[in-house]
Design a protein around this ligand. Structure first.
Ligand SMILES: [Zn+2]
Length: 230
């Protein structure tokens, strides 16, 4: 189980498994600061957003980014316990299986193997781009399907409209916006960016990492900024 952060007062940041994304959800063992105890200590009280300065100075880079990518409930409602195997927070057999196999892949061997998974390599190369953090965090959200597209909102019963507003032809999902949408394809082709074909059986994130790595560093930056703009 994990947490959906509301006002942050129920979540002990050192003891709970509360961080979304790769890993076991707990903060890295060498992070420690007795001034901080609950998630609320990492949240700006004025506007209820994550306090980037505190987060970047107390956690390792990857965990800081993972925390900043977690959405906060708008009104600072109570923290909720959720299933952490799926981004929707709802348990399904498939997400449970996927979460388990990913965890085994990442943690069954020695710690070095964690660094060498394609996912971690991909994140490291994204983070190496000389671009503002917010654009890179947006790309991280794209990779992890954290974008509030229509089809994600429908899954969470927030919206009923699903058609992409850019091309009006298909359901708007993250993979559609990045890969399938004729509007995106036109923008990318005018920018001179060619992405590789999507193999069946390949996950969206895996395709995105291959597409990203096939570009040179200038094209990588253009690609990430273009997706942020769209
Ligand atoms: Zn479209």
């Amino acid at each position: 189980m994990g947490w959906r952060v509301g006002n942050g007062t129920s979540i002990n940041i050192w003891k709970e498994a509360w961080i979304s994304g790769p890993g076991n959800g707990k903060v890295n063992s060498d992070a420690n600061n007795s001034q901080l105890s609950v998630a609320a200590d990492l949240i700006n009280s004025e506007d209820h957003t994550w306090n980037e300065d505190i987060i970047f100075s107390n956690f390792n880079h990857q965990q800081a980014v993972q925390i900043l990518c977690m959405s906060l409930s708008d009104n600072g409602s109570p923290d909720l316990r959720i299933w952490r195997g799926d981004h929707s927070g709802i348990f399904s057999v498939r997400s449970g299986y996927r979460w388990l196999t990913n965890s085994i892949d990442a943690y069954s061997n020695d710690p070095i193997s964690v660094e060498e998974t394609w996912y971690n390599k991909f994140l490291v190369s994204v983070w190496a781009l000389k671009l503002p953090s917010k654009i890179k965090i947006h790309f991280w959200r794209v990779i992890n399907n954290f974008i509030p597209t229509f089809s994600n909102l429908v899954t969470r019963k927030i919206s009923v409209q699903t058609q992409c507003l850019l091309c009006q032809s298909e359901s708007e999902s993250v993979s559609h916006l990045v890969k399938g949408c004729s509007f995106t394809q036109q923008v990318l082709s005018e920018l001179g960016i060619l992405t590789c074909p999507w193999q069946t059986e390949q996950s969206f994130a895996s395709w995105l990492s291959v597409a990203f790595e096939s570009l040179n560093s200038t094209a990588r930056r253009t690609f990430v900024v273009a997706l942020w703009t769209i």
